[in-house]
Design a protein around this ligand. Structure first.
Ligand code: AMP
Length: 174
């Protein structure tokens, strides 16, 4: 199974100059979607992971299915104003300006072994914000996992020595 064959690149979305990696073409293909989840499951099934944290919103799709497969909990990292109980938050840089993600303070317990999941790592700002919150709550990050990594943007450099795993890599804008 060549997963990259199921990713659609849409030029200039959502704005001029961005080569958007559209995962909906993979999601609608049953074998490709199952294959991606199986690859993640096989990698993490013996890692003792207790929580998968997924970043809003495409990280929810892979993160929640994987948490189900790994028999562990799923924690959504959400945009401001979405989570109803007490949260911690972390700002991160966007191309223009800032945004933030939140998680419930009781979503991670000390000693949780955490896998952070998103569909794609570009500059690494989003995943770094999630990692900071998990650490503040006492969770131990086992790895950060992505369907797609844009390696030319060097996002994994923002994560220091934390392990990063991706199923598909692009080494240039295509
Ligand atoms: P970053 O914080 O720069 O690593 O960006 C990662 C987040 O932005 C992920 O949640 C992605 O879904 C989204 N993203 C960034 N660049 C792209 C792209 N070229 N195609 C699709 N999604 C992207």
């Amino acid at each position: 199974m060549k997963l990259e064959d199921h990713i659609r690149t849409v030029p200039h979305f959502p704005k001029q100059g961005i080569m958007f990696k559209d995962i909906t073409t993979l999601l609608k293909h049953p074998e490709a979607f199952r294959f991606a989840i199986k690859e993640f499951r096989d990698r993490y099934k013996d890692s003792g992971i207790t929580k998968v944290v997924g970043a809003e919103s495409r990280g929810f799709i892979f993160g929640a299915v994987l948490a189900h497969e790994l028999h562990c909990g799923f924690v959504p990292a959400r945009k401001p104003g979405k989570l109803p109980a007490k949260t911690i938050s972390q700002e991160y840089e966007l191309e223009y300006g800032k945004d933030s993600l939140h998680i419930h303070v009781d979503a991670i317990e000390k000693g949780d072994k955490v896998l952070v999941v998103d569909d794609l790592i570009a500059t690494g700002g989003t995943v770094k914000a999630v990692v900071e919150m998990v650490k503040k709550l006492g969770g131990e990050i086992i790895e950060c996992a992505f369907l797609i990594e844009l390696t030319f943007l060097k996002g994994r450099g923002k994560l220091g020595s934390l392990p990063v795993f991706s199923l598909i890599t692009y080494d240039s804008e295509e």
